[in-house]
Write a protein that binds this ligand. Structure first.
Ligand code: PEP
Length: 255
């Protein structure tokens, strides 16, 4: 299976100068380093989507949105739809990121509606799942992740399942520099495969890339991705620095 390195730029690159500097550094650092094997996906703020799509066209980097609304068009002030990002050339969208669940009240039901809205427009969803610290302390990780997957995939049919990426992102690790052991990550990966296998089939379960996300850096990518047997990583803060992002890509490519 291909390995994936996804950059979630979150609400950064606030000015035109910052955005242009980022794109120039990406060329200087990542492209000048030569070819890479991993599949790269960059998710900028939606305001920059069109610019990023134009910039990365033909450069073997796909572009995704960080969020969409589940309706296609209409009176939904402030929202963007799957159809909208698709018509500008985005291929992916992050669904159910913990910051959206936690700060914007996104429920499992809303994540399911967004995921289905994306698939409907042939946009590939990157579904984020993961437990918070309390749930982890109370040994509820498997239960929480299982429930999140089952709810998110409700009414998703088997022909759609290989369009999906699942990112295991323990909430307590996102943005915190706290990280799980490789064994802990691997156990959740096994659980996710088992869950998809039960819901669909073992063959389909093998087709879904399962990534790790949460405080990934060049120095811990071996532990969090390679030793844990993950199919790649979802990188937040470190993806803002193309040189660091490149080191993560290179570590994954080497193995
Ligand atoms: C994220 O935003 O999905 C993420 C994993 O963030 P960070 O790498 O900064 O923890």
């Amino acid at each position: 299976m291909d390995k994936y390195v996804i950059g979630n730029l979150k609400m950064n690159l606030l000015t035109q100068a910052e955005r242009d500097h980022y794109l120039k550094s990406f060329i200087d650092e990542v492209y000048k380093a030569g070819k890479f094997k991993s599949r790269l996906i960059i998710c900028p703020p939606s305001f920059h989507l069109e610019k990023f799509i134009d910039f990365f066209r033909g450069k073997k980097v796909s572009v995704g949105a960080q969020n969409i609304y589940f309706e296609q068009r209409g009176s939904f002030t402030g929202e963007i739809s799957a159809l909208m990002i698709k018509s500008f050339g985005a291929e992916w969208v992050i669904v159910g990121h913990s910051e959206r669940r936690r700060l914007f009240g996104e429920t499992d039901e809303v994540c399911n509606l967004k995921l289905r809205a994306a698939l409907e427009e042939k946009i590939k969803p990157i579904l984020c799942v993961g437990e918070n610290l309390d749930q982890r302390k109370n040994d509820l990780t498997f239960e929480v992740v299982s429930r999140q997957i089952e709810s998110a995939l409700k009414e998703v049919v088997s022909t759609q399942i290989d369009k999906l990426i699942i990112a295991y992102e323990p909430i307590w690790s996102v943005g915190s520099d706290e990280i799980p052991s490789s064994d802990e990550v691997m156990q959740v990966k096994i659980l996710i495969r088992k869950k998809i296998s039960e819901l669909y089939s073992p063959v389909l379960a093998e087709k879904v890339p399962i990534l790790y996300g949460g405080s990934v850096k060049p120095k811990n990518v071996k532990q969090l991705c390679l030793e844990a047997g993950m199919d790649g990583v979802l990188v937040g803060r470190e993806s803002l620095v193309p040189g660091e992002f490149l080191k993560i890509v290179q570590s994954i490519d080497k193995n």
